[in-house]
Design a protein around this ligand. Structure first.
Ligand SMILES: [Zn+2]
Length: 596
């Protein structure tokens, strides 16, 4: 099942890179990490000394003696009382913008991408192939495979879709041509309340066979035990989520073990589904907090709007423990940047959760180092051994006894270069926003909006929804704003309404830390309408809250705390508009205020 040719090619690549370190005209100065406890990816060396030269690990020797070959010029780092680990590998991520820099800032030196824009992944890969990229994590990306309107199409990334099973082989060949390192298949039928189109079960083996014909692994997104059973039967190589709906039980564990598949449980994101508070807890850790950007903090604070379900989380942990106990390889993956997770930091949370599921700390460390290398045939990394890539982290304490010690990072090396971590630091000098009337629409003429107000629809993201606005007169209260629009199919999260900027421009944050709620009068057609907040902590993904409005005017107050992930100290806009359901709508609003 493991494509042998690929593994051979990668071993050859390792051998070549090991050679070049010695073939240079002048040897680069070595770095010596002396006398640390070393987790090699496979075993724990209580005290060892590791020499790094150029991009690679030159030697690993027991004890504290520095080998003569390191040279008199070598820079020595004292590792006493610390643990040296292979750079961490996050086996389930989605990468956009600064994701790879954020990952490295927390000691994650390689990420496996499970869905992003193919062109962006290709560009990152070209840069990696051209030489060391010391400032960010390496990425290997799966070619995404889903159907039109299926899971994965809602993120605003233009995705090709496989809608005709007869096109399977051609479609997979296209992913290979685009540079796919493996094939990521989304097999997700949604929920009873929100069903999603997905593949027929008969198409699954055909997709796997097509991937294998190119020597690529086929890994699957699933959420139910039933789907997990179906993809295992289809000869899948791995599951990139733990099933969390439907009875798992011993049968599926046995099927997984027999099939020789691996599992990336993504406990960090499942914890957000169970709403047990892992993201905010991680964000509050003093070892993590200083290194989070506002957007990362906001991401950890986001949720899926679900009620806490500790029993669900307990069941998931028990199922992962059962898989592990039966010998199924478990890989650490965060699913960052989904709600409640963020790049880099969430791997440390994932390690802790894997220990809760029953892995020993050493087994959990293996899940984030050597295990993904073996599962995905990554070859040149994930272990500390001569000739391998010098992606390393040095942490204070004994991470092989207490896995939470990985958060206490003393040093990071990527491609042999020491990486200086970035502390985000507090944002100062931002204009403070006092409680204010955003508009009473009295100055409105029939066709225009007040200054700082604009129409806002999903056309911005390639959708087709439309909006128009105009003044309506209101008894004794002057004008109100009437918003009419149509929510049309064309973007997975369609929207239509109006937006008001708080600063001078788009994406110009102000400090709204003293504001408690967005308040306005509203009248509508009895629908559930949508408001959204935009802020630095939300990145390019606004947070939504809903409200209802019927025929009579009512005063709506939406506490800013109901926008999950919003940090008001960096807010820059609000949106008020139509429902999320398709169709025509209208709503009238008035006296829009930010109140204490
Ligand atoms: Zn994912």
């Amino acid at each position: 099942m493991k494509p042998a040719l690929l593994r051979l090619l990668r071993i050859a690549a390792v051998a070549v890179s090991g050679l070049t370190a010695f073939a240079g005209v002048a040897l680069a100065q070595a770095t010596v990490i002396q006398g640390a406890r070393v987790f090699t990816g496979d075993e724990v060396l209580p005290t060892a000394t590791v020499v790094v030269r150029g991009r690679t690990i030159e030697s690993v020797t027991l004890g504290t003696d520095i080998p003569a070959a390191a040279g008199a010029e070598a820079a020595v780092v004292d590792g006493a009382g610390m643990t040296l680990l292979p750079g961490l590998i996050d086996s389930h991520t989605h990468n956009f913008g600064p994701a790879l820099e954020q990952a490295l800032n927390f000691g994650v030196t390689t990420v496996l991408d499970m869905l992003t824009a193919e062109a962006m992944a290709a560009q990152w890969r070209r840069q990696q192939a051209a030489g060391a990229v010391p400032g960010r994590a390496d990425i290997l990306a799966g070619g995404p495979v889903t159907v039109a309107g299926g899971h994965g199409t809602q993120f605003g990334v233009a995705l090709p879709t496989l809608d005709d099973p007869e096109q399977t082989e051609a479609f997979i060949a296209d992913r290979v041509a685009a540079g796919a390192d493996f094939i990521k298949v989304i097999y997700e039928a949604g929920t009873a309340g929100r069903p999603l189109p997905t593949f027929a079960v008969s198409t699954l083996p055909r997709i796997v066979a097509a991937a294998h014909s190119h020597d690529l692994l086929a890994v699957f997104h699933i959420s139910t035990a039933e789907a997990a059973g179906e993809v295992i039967a289809a000869d899948a190589d791995g599951l990139v989520h733990m099933y969390f709906e439907g009875a798992g039980g011993a049968e599926i564990v046995e099927a997984a073990r027999e099939a020789g598949i691996f599992v990336v449980p993504t406990l960090a994101v499942l914890e957000t589904i169970a709403a047990t508070g892992g993201g905010p807890e991680l964000a509050a850790d003093p070892l993590i907090a200083p290194f989070l950007t506002p957007e990362q903090r906001g991401g950890l604070g986001r949720d899926f709007g679900r009620e806490p379900d500790p029993e669900l989380m307990a069941n998931i942990l028990a199922d992962v423990g059962a898989l592990h106990a039966s010998g199924v390889p478990i890989l650490a993956g965060s699913d960052a940047p989904n709600p409640g997770t963020t790049h880099g930091a969430s791997v440390h949370r994932e390690l802790e959760l894997l220990v809760r599921a029953g892995l020993t700390p050493v087994e959990a460390l293996r899940a984030a180092t050597a295990a993904p290398v073996d599962a995905f045939d990554l070859g040149d990394r994930g272990r500390i051994a001569p000739g391998l890539k010098a992606d390393l982290i040095l942490v204070r304490g004994d991470a092989t006894a207490d896995v939470r010690a990985t958060r206490d990072i003393a040093a990071i090396w990527k491609d042999g270069s020491r990486f200086e971590r970035t502390k985000a630091g507090p944002t100062t000098g931002r204009p403070r926003l006092e409680p204010t009337l955003l508009s009473d629409f009295e100055d409105l003429t029939a066709r225009t909006l007040p200054p700082k107000w604009s129409h806002s629809t999903d056309a911005f993201a390639g959708g087709k929804s439309t909006v128009t606005t105009g003044a309506v007169s209101r008894d004794r209260s002057g004008n109100a704003l009437r918003i009419e629009g149509e929510i049309k199919e064309g973007f997975a999260f369609p929207w239509s309404g109006v937006m008001v900027l708080l600063g001078a421009r788009f994406n110009d944050p102000v400090d709204a830390g003293g504001i408690r709620a967005l308040a306005f009068d509203a009248r509508g057609e009895g629908a559930t309408y949508q408001a959204m907040a935009f802020a630095e902590s939300l990145g390019m993904q606004p947070a939504a809250a809903s409200f209802e409005a019927g025929e009579e005017w009512v005063r709506i107050e939406i506490p800013l705390s109901s926008f999950s992930g919003l940090e008001p100290s960096g807010a820059w806009a609000f949106f008020i508009g139509g429902p999320t359901q398709l169709g025509a709508f209208w709503i009238e609003i008035d006296n829009v205020e930010l109140v204490e």
